[in-house]
Design a protein around this ligand. Structure first.
Ligand SMILES: *[C@@H]1O[C@H](CO)[C@@H](O)[C@H](O)[C@H]1NC(C)=O
Ligand SMILES: *[C@@H]1O[C@H](CO)[C@@H](O)[C@H](O)[C@H]1NC(C)=O
Ligand SMILES: *[C@@H]1O[C@H](CO)[C@@H](O)[C@H](O)[C@H]1NC(C)=O
Length: 849
């Protein structure tokens, strides 16, 4: 961390402290006497960024033998300073004691942030955690686990059955494997819960059951299938977090997602209490698709990485809100190649449409790679009306073994990640040097405006490479709860195996598969060349077209960006983001496999190309699509994702001219929605760089907005962002367009191919949006959501030049749109018919949904 980021870090800390003081004064503490939410190593209570109250752990200590400590560094991906920035450290066995009701089951959540605490090195902490007679963790290393999962912090969730005692004791014991080892904990939640488990049938054994209700369980996965992330504070009193299922889907056949119509209400029957899962889980689903021939030939499949040699309870949540009769949609459920349920018919189980039902199955995982497969396939033998399957939610719990043990081994980082980590260490030596250089350049950029900035950029270009090498990349993850064990399993048995890259699951391709797909990296298949290496087109699975990005083995920075891209893309799905299908990491190759984009990059349709020019309407639609993709990155996931390299070569077009944002190699995540800037070395592409980011090295989502403004002018003017062959004042498109707009002569620089076509009101709106994006100060720039709205509006002005009442509508709704994330929710659906009118009316009439 350099000097600049230090200062920033302190400012952030200070901000958080002030914030915390503020919010704790408006407090109402946990009302449930049988529940405890503790932030460890502190003396006063505090609220986290979701407004949840955490009380100090001091009252529950059974001895004084512990050390309160504060983390030295705050990772930008921490969701909140509470409970992560403080810890309690134990150098010998130590127990917390909670008086609880002996008849109740409890959630136990443990929060760990493996960071440096005063003189304690996080890599030395190795310890066991027990609750009464159960072993939850043994020889656990939070730092190894965090590294393998590429996450800054870890949450482990357990559920402990009623114990024959009125106190729950949580014991931390430093491992006996190492004399110096110590234990630590940042946060503990003990929350009483209803008994949600019962006796569960074992798949593959008739009439054999496992007693989940008398066992402790560890939550491995909890997914809102076909839906979105649901934060803990939106899920009743059980405060569970539900995640998107798409990272766990196997292969390219991912079915379609849907959402219940607003007129279907979710009605919980007597045997499905509301706390089983929130209505948001039951009102979204993934189904197989509409084509019965396609559905007959594939399984809708999810694959999970779990610890081998344990038994798991797999809970399926169903609610059919599309069909209403028995035998319309009937399917088989497979778990690890065995039939768990034949002829599942949700309507037959639930009795009617919109009624939730859930089913539990148990399976013992003895696969040495620790994989658990779940697959659905239409039951052809029942001859249902639709050859289809549905799933709304999925939970996977590990059950304690006969000794009361739940602990598995620490995960091992994938070999590629290990390589990346050791490189990162080497790089940290170069840091101080590269800082002074970028500070100098930043100073030039900040001191002068307009044309002189171009000069500074050119200076900067010369140094770019070295500065890149000095960047401190911290890889942030999304799913801190999951992936208890990503072993370094062998991954070369073809596409049946899944890679553990970046702690996220994405399909693994073997090198022979990739060679077959690209005709052995035949040059004739090359469709692009970038900083990362070459991009080939290829065919996999006997007909699916893909784009294959092969890293150049000599590319130094590739490893990080490869990793970041997998981390991000495998967890994000959106109609306007390029989908990652899989990866290959054999024999020093780093290869990513994406959806094929038949129409290439946006830039190649704008200038310096023999392709026919795009019409103005096409251009507008493409800009709208790209804006949606960026808007989703900024607001749709739990963390703000800043793309950092928005430009016309990173906007790709598929065969239907749908725009997709690509290339997340440089992306960074903001810590949370409230704290959307990250301090970092300047990266990005020249001509598109936000001047504020350049001056202050403060990256925000508004940096993307700036770059997008440049894209808008590129689209309008049909010329590159930088063109050094032009007269001085025209070199930078951003400066040139702004000055022409100011003088009222913007029409003169419009691409001649479209000049006649553009409606003047539309042009005005479009130019206004682009000019606002280019505001010098980030704070003056609109959000991506507002840009999107203005582009939609511009398109309407183009298509319906005679609708005068549009302006009034805009005034009425602008405020609403500015403050809503409406669009990001809508966009998840794959069947998006991009009728601009439909989408537009959806925006202007939000109540209509
Ligand atoms: C699972 O159990 C088998 C047989 O007892 C053993 O050989 C294997 O190493 C175990 N696997 C793990 C990951 O513990
Ligand atoms: C679906 O999965 C089952 C169980 O693993 C398998 O027997 C079947 O062949 C699969 N069907 C298809 C079409 O892949
Ligand atoms: C879990 O541990 C408890 C206590 O040791 C034991 O009674 C129970 O049988 C175990 N559960 C399973 C499924 O082995």
């Amino acid at each position: 961390m350099n000097f600049g980021t230090h200062i920033l870090f302190f400012i952030i800390c200070f901000y958080f402290i002030i914030n915390t003081i503020h919010s704790s004064s408006t407090n109402s503490s946990e009302s449930n006497p049988d529940s405890f939410v503790l932030t460890c190593g502190v003396t006063s209570e505090a609220r986290d960024s979701d407004g949840r109250n955490w009380i100090p752990d001091s009252k529950f200590l059974s001895s004084a033998d512990s050390i309160p400590a504060k983390a030295k560094y705050q990772d930008p991906s921490l969701p909140s300073t509470i409970p992560y920035m403080n810890a309690r450290i134990f150098t010998s066995e130590f127990t917390y004691k909670f008086r609880i009701s002996p008849k109740t089951r409890h959630w136990v959540r443990l929060h760990f942030y493996p960071s440096s605490y005063s003189k304690f090195d996080p890599s030395i902490a190795l310890f066991n955690v027990n609750i009464n007679d159960y072993t939850l963790l043994s020889n656990f290393s939070a730092s190894i686990t965090a590294q393998a999962l590429t996450q800054a912090y870890i949450i482990r969730e357990f559920s402990v059955p009623p114990i024959q005692s009125d106190s729950l004791t949580v014991t931390f014991t430093p491992s006996s494997l190492d004399n110096d080892s110590y234990a630590f904990i940042n946060g503990i939640e003990i929350i009483s819960m209803p008994e949600i488990f019962q006796s569960v049938p074992m798949v593959g054994f008739s009439a054999q059951f496992i007693d989940a209700n008398h066992s402790a369980l560890q939550t491995m996965f909890r997914l809102n299938v076909g839906g979105q992330y649901i934060p803990a504070n939106n899920d009743s009193s059980l405060s569970r977090t539900w995640y998107d299922d798409s990272p766990y889907l196997y292969g390219a056949a991912s079915g379609v997602t849907s959402e219940a119509d607003k007129n279907v209400t979710i009605r919980y029957p007597a045997n499905v209490p509301k706390y089983i899962a929130p209505a948001d889980v039951y009102s979204t689903a993934r189904t197989m698709g509409i084509d019965p021939r396609v559905n007959q030939n594939y399984n809708l499949t999810w694959v999970f990485q779990v610890d081998a040699n344990f038994t798991y309870v797999v809970r399926f949540h169903f609610c059919d809100y599309q069909v209403s009769k028995i035998n319309q949609r009937v399917f088989d459920i497979f778990i690890n190649n065995q039939t768990a349920q034949q002829s599942a018919d949700v309507i037959a189980w639930a009795g009617s449409m919109g009624v939730p039902v859930y089913k539990d199955f148990a399976t013992h995982v003895n696969d040495k790679n620790g994989e658990l497969w779940v697959a659905l396939h239409p039951s052809l033998s029942m001859n249902p009306e639709f050859y289809d399957a549905i799933l709304n939610g999925l939970e996977i719990f590990k059950i304690n073994d006969t000794d009361g043990n739940l602990a598995g081994p620490n995960p091992v980082p994938s070999p590629m990640l290990q390589k990346a980590l050791s490189r990162e260490e080497e790089r940290s030596f170069a840091k101080s040097q590269s800082y002074s250089r970028s500070a100098l350049i930043g100073g030039i950029g900040g001191g002068v405006a307009g044309g002189a900035l171009v000069l500074a950029i050119i200076v900067f270009v010369k140094h770019k490479k070295r500065i890149d090498n000095g960047k401190k990349s911290s890889i942030a993850g999304w799913l801190p709860l999951y992936g208890s064990s990503y072993s370094s399993a062998p991954k070369s048995n073809g596409s049946k195996s899944l890679s553990t890259l970046g702690g996220a699951l994405c399909r693994h391709f073997s090198l022979p598969e990739i060679k077959l797909a690209t005709q052995n990296f035949n040059e004739s298949q090359v469709i692009g060349v970038g900083g990362f290496g070459k991009v080939y087109k290829g065919i996999v699975d006997g007909g699916i077209k893909v784009a294959i990005k092969r890293s150049n083995p000599s590319s130094e920075q590739g490893v990080h960006e490869f990793q970041t891209e997998i981390d991000l893309l495998s967890k994000l799905r959106h109609r306007h983001l390029v989908s990652l299908i899989g990866a290959c990491e054999e024999e020093h190759e780093m290869i990513l496999v994406y959806d094929y984009m038949a129409n290439g990059t946006l830039r190649e349709h704008l200038y310096n190309s023999k392709k026919p020019p795009l019409s103005w309407k096409q251009r507008l639609e493409i800009c709208i699509g790209a804006a949606r993709g960026l808007h989703y990155l900024h607001t749709g996931a739990k963390y703000t994702i800043i793309h950092r390299d928005v430009k016309t070569t990173n906007i790709l077009l598929d065969d239907k001219w749908v725009a997709k944002v690509s290339d997340f190699g440089l992306s960074r995540t903001g810590a949370s929605l409230n704290e959307t800037h990250v301090s970092t070395m300047v990266k990005g592409s020249f001509g598109y760089l936000d001047p504020e980011y350049f001056r202050r090295q403060k990256l925000t989502d508004k940096s993307d907005v700036y770059s997008f403004g440049v894209v808008l002018f590129e689209v309008l003017c049909g010329r590159p962002a930088l063109n050094s062959s032009l007269p001085h004042e025209q070199v930078s498109l951003a400066d040139w367009a702004l000055s022409c707009h100011k003088k009222g002569i913007l029409e003169t620089i419009i691409d001649p191919c479209i000049r006649e076509e553009i409606n003047c009101n539309c042009l005005q709106k479009f130019a206004e949006a682009a000019v606002n994006c280019l505001s010098d100060q980030g704070i003056d720039r609109p959000s991506m959501g507002a840009v999107l709205w203005n582009l939609e509006f511009a398109l309407q002005l183009q298509l319906n030049p005679d609708r005068p009442n549009l302006v009034a509508e805009q005034k009425a709704n602008n405020a609403y749109v500015m403050h809503t994330k409406l669009l990001s929710i809508e966009e998840e659906s794959d069947n998006g018919k991009d009728s601009p009118d439909a989408i537009f009316s959806l925006i202007v009439n939000p109540q209509g949904r």
